[in-house]
Design a protein around this ligand. Structure first.
Ligand SMILES: N[C@@H](CCC[C@H](N)C(=O)O)C(=O)O
Length: 279
């Protein structure tokens, strides 16, 4: 079977986008659609034997919203949401004229997310702002100590639909993201596993972040992770409700609005190439 795809990236967090609204790729797999998508993710995301990506994103029909979105990590696990992937997805829908408005609704496993493409005078998409909804955490119980690799970490657990464990460190470059990220991702405390964000505060409106993603390892950026980081920084009284988060792949602007409790994330997205692949 030949699959048409678009390879996109948001701050170096990269995805293979596939339009499966009409079941073009999954129609022969109705009984085991989830495992079909999971295996496809593993194949396509391989940087040696496939296209190479942190995940695949499927455009699907939605009964209630303007579009349906599913994301599978490079190891084949399905995530509820993906912040950088959502900006890529929004740009894809807008530029391909699949949706003819700048602000629209997307159905995800984490609920409805509302992206808005921001264009210049020539109509070129410059950035995408996403209303990521309301973060979830348990007041007074979301921060706790966890011991891994003989070291104790103070974590703040925040859900952006998908799980995040945020850790504040003094020096990001000295942090062994792979060693500790992997151990925390797979710790029994997190039965669904977790994404792990390591944060170095620069000032109350600026922080640096490295991320170990559930199902993908260290990536250059994580949009839901950046939102979780701002929430954790606010809960721990380290930050204002608006901050710039500097990741390995670039910078995101995150705002946690007091008026409606929603998180807004703004950043770029780029198409890298289009192609087709036989699987
Ligand atoms: N990179 C993403 C998050 C992708 C899903 C994550 N690995 C999970 O399993 O929850 C982002 O930009 O949010």
């Amino acid at each position: 079977m030949i699959i048409n795809f678009e390879k996109m990236e948001g701050l170096g967090n990269d995805f293979v986008i596939i339009d499966d609204r009409k079941g073009a790729i999954s129609k022969d797999h109705d009984q085991e659609k989830n495992s079909f998508y999971a295996e496809l993710a593993v194949k396509l995301c391989s940087r040696n034997f496939g296209i190479g990506a942190d995940g695949i994103i499927l455009l699907l029909e939605s009964e209630k919203e303007d579009a349906g979105f599913r994301i599978f990590n490079s190891d084949g696990s399905e995530a509820q949401m993906c912040g950088n992937g959502m900006r890529c997805f929004a740009k894809y829908l807008f530029e391909k004229k699949i949706i003819d408005k700048k602000r629209f609704t997307v159905e995800t496993l984490a609920g409805v997310v509302i992206p808005e493409v921001i264009t210049n005078e020539s109509g070129i998409v410059e950035s995408i702002r996403v209303d990521m909804g309301i973060p979830a955490f348990e007041p007074d119980q979301s921060s706790f100590e966890l011991s891994v690799n003989g070291q104790s970490f103070h974590l703040t657990a925040v859900s952006m639909g998908n799980p995040h464990a945020v850790i504040f460190v003094n020096n990001l470059m000295d942090t062994d993201v792979e060693l500790h990220g992997r151990a925390i991702e797979n710790h029994p405390k997190f039965p669904e596993k977790t994404n792990v964000e390591f944060i170095e505060m620069v000032n109350p409106s600026q922080m640096k972040m490295r991320v170990w993603e559930r199902g993908a390892g260290e990536t250059l950026a994580c949009g839901t992770g950046a939102c979780a980081a701002l929430v954790a920084a606010c809960i721990n009284e380290k930050s204002e409700r608006k901050a710039q988060i500097e990741l390995k792949g670039g910078t995101l602007d995150i705002e946690w609005r007091a008026s409606n409790n929603h998180i807004y994330k703004t950043g770029p997205a780029r198409s890298v190439f289009t192609g087709n692949i036989e699987v």
